[in-house]
Design a protein around this ligand. Structure first.
Ligand code: FMN
Length: 383
């Protein structure tokens, strides 16, 4: 059979966490669930051992008991939080409405499925047990999607896992992985979620080394090599925004960047505003560049390019994302495509050294950028 990648990709990218569109009133045949488990069992498993066991809950009294345990484990908290967030612009408000709907309706689901695996995690920190079952759980959800059913990966009930084990007679040496509600979906049209593009989260050869273009191997400036560093900060995005847009902080911890100042006449910065940066390196001496703001999304994104905006020497971006407990600060730089000191160094030292020169530059940038974001973190966490 010839694989249709369009269909496979579509199924993989639109298998969503379905909560509000689960059809509680349409029955699901046992055989459909078993068919999906047969598909899921094709997933890889360590040592080629068949140690997964699946519990399908159909009995109403057992579903009622599971619904109670779900509420006890966190469902009640979800319902209260969803009510508090309703109508606000909180980033989790919509998701919480769905989670509330699910928490309130566990007992109405046609089926609940718990994937388990024989064994106990050894807490060694090494992969081992769970990695033989997670992928099967996901295959199960995609197989449901392919048949017009839906589910959502839930683990909130885990604080009540011992009570669930007692209820379902799960032996002590068997580990529960998740709880999957199973139902037909109301409509089958689901959309892709917003996720980071691969280029922003994929690193080549070393952690943090990005490529904006990827044209050649070995790497060249034309590939748009870059560096990404990030740190989680216990502070609100607004606090970080104030610190990253204060240009003094760009020079404070970097071994190379000496000073940065808004150009004459810039009173309120926005896209198109310019600032001047003075740099210094022992091996290259001093040099200055003009930067132009390319992204100015308060509390989210501050980006600029170096020198000619139509053929910039580099591109730099701070990104701030709200995460539980604070914010995640990401700092990215991308070299090229315009000619710079780096291209001159490559020309004088020989094109065959280009990958080595780029890698060295990426390491220097990483150290300076990491010093900058950890410095900003310490300032933010002082407040
Ligand atoms: C490990 C894990 C645990 C989760 N636990 C719950 C849960 O207990 N209850 C719930 O309603 N959703 C739970 N979810 C679903 C996520 O909230 C959902 O995947 C996320 O909002 C993204 O939505 P999407 O899968 O449609 O992209 C869980 C997801 C994962 C991967």
């Amino acid at each position: 059979m010839e694989l249709n990648s369009e269909m496979v990709d579509h199924a993989l990218s639109t298998t969503r966490a379905v909560r509000k569109r689960l059809d509680f009133d349409r029955d699901v045949d046992d055989q459909v669930i078993l068919d999906c488990i047969d598909i899921a069992e094709q997933a890889p498993t360590g040592g080629n051992q068949g140690s997964r066991r699946w519990i399908i809950i159909r009995d109403q009294a057992t579903k009622d008991a599971m619904a109670e345990l779900y509420l006890k484990a966190g469902g009640s908290w979800v319902i209260e939080t969803a009510e508090r967030l309703e109508g606000t612009d909180h980033q989790s408000a919509t998701m919480m409405q769905g989670a509330k709907h699910l928490a309130e309706n566990i007992s109405r689901l046609p089926a609940l499925v718990i994937p388990t695996i024989i064994g106990r995690h050894d807490n060694s920190g090494r992969p081992g047990l769970f990695d033989s079952v997670i992928q099967a759980g996901w295959s199960f959800q995609v197989a449901l999607r392919a048949r017009g059913l839906g589910s959502v990966w839930t683990t909130m009930y885990m604080s009540e896992a011992p009570a669930v084990a007692e209820l379902l007679h799960i032996p002590d040496d068997v580990t529960q992985i998740a709880l999957f509600p199973v139902a037909y979906t109301i409509g089958t049209d689901f959309k892709k979620a917003r996720r980071y593009p691969a280029r922003e989260i994929s690193y080549f050869d070393r952690f943090g080394r990005t490529l904006a273009e990827t044209r050649s191997e070995p790497r060249a400036v034309a590939d748009g090599p870059g560096v990404m560093v990030e740190v989680d900060v216990k502070a609100k995005p607004e606090v970080l925004w104030g610190l990253v847009t204060d240009l003094e902080n760009h020079a404070r911890w970097s071994g190379e960047l000496q000073s940065a100042n808004w150009s004459d006449g810039v009173v309120e910065s926005s896209v198109g505003s310019t600032f001047k940066v003075n740099n210094r390196r022992d091996d290259m001496g001093e040099w200055s560049v003009t930067c132009t703001v390319m992204d100015w999304d308060p509390n989210q994104r501050f980006g600029w390019c170096v020198e000619n905006p139509d053929n910039h020497v580099a591109r730099w971006t701070f990104t701030i994302e709200a995460v539980p407990g604070g914010s995640r600060l990401r700092y990215h730089s991308r070299l090229g495509p315009g000619p710079s000191g780096l291209t001159m160094a490559i020309e004088s030292m020989g094109a065959e050294l280009e990958p080595v020169i780029i890698a060295g530059r990426q390491d220097d940038l990483r150290d300076n950028m990491f010093a900058t974001i950890t410095g900003i973190k310490s300032l933010a966490e002082q407040d």
